[in-house]
Design a protein around this ligand. Sequence first.
Ligand code: SF4
Length: 639
Amino acid sequence: MKTTQKVLSIDATTGFYRLRRYPVGDYFGPVDLGVHLDGQRSCLNFGTGLFAGSIFPGSNRLVFTGFSPNWRGFYVSSMGGAGLVFDNLGINLVSLVGKAARPSILYLNREHGEEVEVEVEPVDLDRIWYGGGETGSLPRSGRWGAYALLDHALARFGGRYSADHRAFAAGPAALDTDFAGLLSAPLKDGRASDIDTWAGRGGFGSKMLQDHGIAAVIYGGTVAEEDFRDRRVADSWFEEKYQQKLAVKDFEATTKYRFDPKFETGGTFGVNYAQMGGRLIAFNYRTLSWTEEERKSLHARLVAGHYLKQFNEETIATKSQATCGEPCAAVCKKYRGEFKKDYEPYQALGPLVGIFDQRAAELVNRASDAAGFDAISLGGLLAWLMDLLDRGELSPEDLGVTRIPRWTDGPGQAAFDATADSAHNAELVMELIGSILDKRGILDLSEGPRKWARRIRKERGTRILDRFVYTANGRKGWMVPNQYWTPGVLAPMAIMGKYYMHYGTEFLPPRELGKACAERLEKELRMDNAGLCRFHRAWGEEMMAEAISSVYGLKEEYLSAVSVAASRINSRNAAVYWESAADLELVSSFLRRRRDVEGDTNPELAKWIAAFEADPAEAALSYWFEMRKGIDENLRDFL
Ligand code: SF4
């Protein structure tokens, strides 16, 4: 049982480190500790929850916190299974400060109870990322970029470990953009497997490299702590609450991620697309203005009839599934060969950019991952650029590419060829990825798309941001929303881009929606602060507090610590009112569809639809502020 939170603070400038201890009770996990540390100095923190190494399935996430370079605010991102090996370091959290003089790999090892060995070793990134080839060139296959760096770190330092170890790494996108993530994978025979795991959102790859000079981290050790492993005791908690043993409850709760017989598919990709129908988002959200029949027809032909069909045949039927590295019955990682498939990246770099074919989606998702981008942000951003190309608001020369997209409108969709047109759009995506990395044409996203778009407006008088669906934070912060057609994804929350908001598809008056977002933040933090994977939320939201109650007798203290962390996060809420016309369209089209397609007769809904019809700008402003009121009145600091 862990009684103190051990934080190893490492100065990347010198490699010096020091260990600090915080009693459990003062802080409970990587999020409330992260909020505390972030308030003290600029740092990137990564660590595990109190139940890492325990028998709870999903309890081994490696949780990253710090100031996000693209969101421009405090952020939380986490990586599946990567906490299991981290736990063997015998510490709870690493807090990285300072900056290495040259790009480096951080090596952490703890053998036989000795102190953690800490080394900061320089690395030649261009040689590793591009295999000695031309800097900035975009290979179409192979393990380049973040994959190559991951392999390099494992090959160079792996021999020094006598036990399990793991690594995470950034790709070239971390050097020149603000939205690069961090790639890891469980090991097989000492080498990285094909089961990628990501701390994707929030730009922590960019932060680690640009702010701290660290491009990869390798870690492992032999410390065996007394983690909670008493299955009999856990079963008794679960039987009291659910009349089911832990394993049975968990198996039932994770059906969607494994295989759902209702839809004859599994994983987020399979189940989300199987039940999407007329809620399909494609071609930079243009489908939101199509008729329901047009969207359904697109879904039936290109998604159910092709994109999803391929996935079911190639991945589900062959049972190509794995875990993120920890023992877990959900086996949520669905793959084909080296391509691991989740809904959000294969949606954002899929239908959103006009790709409905697995081969085309594999090409661009792999390129995005190797470059080290957060694939959801990249997909949203490229869909916007492709929309601008298609409308002629920017030229191929402006963006350093040779073609424009082959997209379609509702009535013309029958002519869209699932394979050929997807392949064409994928080639354009590949060119655009190269353009972002090489800053071709007028493209320069080093300070984010809002700053770049402002410059274009100043120089050309064109307001290109109106076609970009994103949430804005502070002066430069931005985030591509989660891929659901519902106003919650554009809520004015202090952290956006992950599930710290209500993304249900029912209509809630905006003030209630704000309240629901605030409640979801607290529930998600209960899991993130315990390092628990949210795919186990059907029991995790309440059982983490119960487990802390049983083991530490500190249930109320835990819930209170989470509430305080939530209100502290919200106290820095710098959400900016929707800047883009496309954001307003997402909300107003959702409201209309609720009434016209779902048959929702709620008078509040009718009132908001009428308001949007009469004066869209005024209605949207009121709607946004109503949400914000609902958020703030439920996330007050009560101390
Ligand atoms: S559901 Fe998936 S990501 Fe979560 S713990 Fe299980 S295998 Fe890992």
